[in-house]
Ligand binder design. Structure first.
Ligand SMILES: C[S@@+](CC[C@H](N)C(=O)[O-])C[C@H]1O[C@@H](n2cnc3c(N)ncnc32)[C@H](O)[C@@H]1O
Length: 258
């Protein structure tokens, strides 16, 4: 079972990596088409354009992804910070009877039109606000009333792999939670060992460029556990995941000490 899940993950990871290379010409043409030809020579702008193109196509969740994501996001309640919602593939999982306000903190403006369409389709228009900045930009967040102790729920779904200075940024996110507030997590993380750990180290030489800064080898659970005092710390490998896969996940929740 463990070996099969490692091989499967390596297979799908290789497809994703290949797609990352294959999308580069489309991203470059896209930049030319938008009248930004010189951005092709800017590494971070080309990287962002590449991931924007790629994620819109291959980021669409499978039935298995939908089940995992629903388990996480449907638990959100109250005032929610939805970190890096991207094109909005996941926003329909919010339970409208439990959430009062959602801030989708998404720095990539190329995703905003699709995100807004997904928000509208999910019937969340009145309560979901897109905040066009990174989670580390506390000054802008404050302008939206997002400050210490203001959030009941933080949702991190495949985003902590991409934020800058993750240890410090996650510690800042901890402060935004109200006492007793919950941090809901579904993140891909550094593999414990096996083929996955080796493949991650090799692929990570190019992966962050192809995927707009996404890092494969982040010990995100350690950053979350170390961010502050928690009364519940419950992150697990989802069913069928051993921790040795190329793309391996942690899922669960942390509740901030009261
Ligand atoms: C792999 S995508 C996941 C999108 C969405 N959460 C999902 O599961 O479909 C990662 C997202 O994180 C966003 N992101 C990257 N850096 C970020 C930052 N500093 N703050 C907030 N979001 C960020 C990206 O723009 C992208 O939308």
């Amino acid at each position: 079972m463990t070996v099969i899940s490692q091989i499967k993950s390596l297979f799908f990871g290789s497809i994703f990596l290949t797609a990352g290379f294959a999308s580069l010409p489309f991203a470059a043409f896209g930049l030319i088409f938008k009248g930004r030809p010189f951005d092709i020579f800017n590494k971070s702008k080309l990287s962002e354009a590449n991931f924007t193109f790629l994620w819109s196509i291959v980021g669409r969740p499978s039935a298995a992804d939908e089940k995992l994501t629903n388990k996480t996001i449907s638990q959100a309640y109250g005032v929610v910070l939805d970190l890096g919602p991207g094109t909005g593939f996941t926003v329909h999982h919010f339970d409208k009877s439990k959430v009062t306000k959602v801030f989708g903190i998404e720095p990539n403006k190329g995703f905003h039109p699709a995100l807004q369409a997904a928000i509208d389709a999910a019937g969340l228009t009145d309560i979901y606000t897109i905040v066009g900045t990174g989670v580390e930009d506390s000054e802008t967040l404050k302008k939206f009333g997002i400050e210490e102790g203001s959030a009941d729920t933080i949702v991190a779904c495949k985003v902590l792999c991409s934020i800058p200075d993750p240890k410090a940024t996650i510690a800042e996110l901890y402060k935004l939670l109200a006492p007793g507030g919950q941090f809901l997590v579904l993140e891909h993380i550094k593999a414990k060992g096996g083929i996955g750990a080796i493949a991650q180290r090799l692929a990570n030489m190019i992966w962050p460029f192809l995927m707009a800064g996404c890092e494969l080898c982040r010990p995100t659970e350690a950053y979350l556990y170390g961010a502050g005092e928690w009364e519940v710390k419950d992150l697990q490998y989802p069913e069928g995941i051993s921790g040795n896969e190329f793309i391996t996940f942690t899922q669960g929740k942390l509740i901030k000490a009261r």
